[in-house]
Design a protein around this ligand. Sequence first.
Ligand SMILES: Cc1ncc(COP(=O)(O)O)c(C=O)c1O
Length: 428
Amino acid sequence: MQPGIHLDFRAGFLHNVCVSSGVKKIDAAKENPQFGYDESFFSPAAFALESSIIRDILKYSSQPGVISFAGGLPAPEMFPVEQIKAAADHVLVQYGTLALQYGLSRGYLPLREFLADWIAQRGGDGISPEDIIVTAGSQQGLDMVGRAFLTPGRYVLCSRPTYLGALQAFNYYQAKYATVEIDENGMKVDDLEAKIKQYNPAFIYVVPNFQNPAGVTLTEERRYKLVDLAHRYHVPIVDDNPYGELRYSGSDQVSLKKIGGDAVIQLGTFSKIISPGLRIGWTVGPSEVMDVLERVKQSTDLHTNQFAQYVVHEYVLGGELERHIKRLIKSYKERRDTMLKGMAEFFPDTVVWTKPEGGLFLWVILPDGVVGKDLFMQAIEEKVAFVPGKPFDPTGTMENTMRLNFSNASVEMIREGIKRLGRVFQQL
Ligand SMILES: Cc1ncc(COP(=O)(O)O)c(C=O)c1O
């Protein structure tokens, strides 16, 4: 470096002049270790975002001895670690540099070709790889949809309760919510028409299969009614379907994508059927929507993790996915049955709950006046954890509800945990 003063013109660095000789350097970060970011630095939308209660609750539920029904975590002992290792080794040997290179914003073409077939087998005829974007989990699909369709104050029409992560995603875009109730048959679609007329929503958000949090599934009759309304009033449906493959009883319902066609933007994910850590999901929709979503995604992360896409593709190629899903169904069915049996045995008559035919969750309704949050602290004393239902309600009520997850604990733990919860309820 030449003697003299060399200025670094990047914003905020002007005072940090780099001097080659003679002049004292100012180490601003040491002199002023607390830079201090207050609210005024942030966009109001980012600052107003609330942390997911589930993530906060993990602090308590991960304490030693606590049996947790709180998170939505798949069973870690079911992860296909060896097969993923073999797939990753193969990808590195076979495709090496390609798998480590930048990729297409829509996603790795062979994986999209696989997905187009996979969706077609489930009734989504006429889907081409171009209609699919591979995303960082379906949570990114929710964010992309929010970015593409929402403006501050615009309504999303959804059920009450609904998936908390969707509310978090849409809240960032300052959405408002118009809601309909649910029952054992899913969203009460009879109430939708009036809400569509009143609120002119940007889209209808629905988790049709084994809904998170309530575990309920939309019946065929309601599906037809929903798509009919979407077409008549020209309102898109965002069909968030992470659990569709995980059915333990009852029979499959017709896919919304099949009967709704271009009105339906469907989100899928490998999170619950391979592993959430891979962060590979997908969004399917008509080309006009996919073109916009592709640009939205590009502006966020250019493309989804290329290596993970190659690995997932390698894993699914040999039909291993179907075999793995069968194993998951067997294991989760046993856990669900254990939980339902324990509830019937240990819960008082004043408590009611849903009986899901699949998925990872069920929903408990406690007597009026019980506050799930207070009950949570009592449950932690008994060393059992759940998620209070209120945050799943866009209107912020539903105090006397809770969500229980049955996929993460072993059957022995489920039985013991439900017994402990029963004791907490008896003390009410
Ligand atoms: C209904 C619903 N949508 C989306 C997601 C996000 O899943 P992913 O891991 O694919 O981002 C979840 C996760 O629990 C979910 O329950």
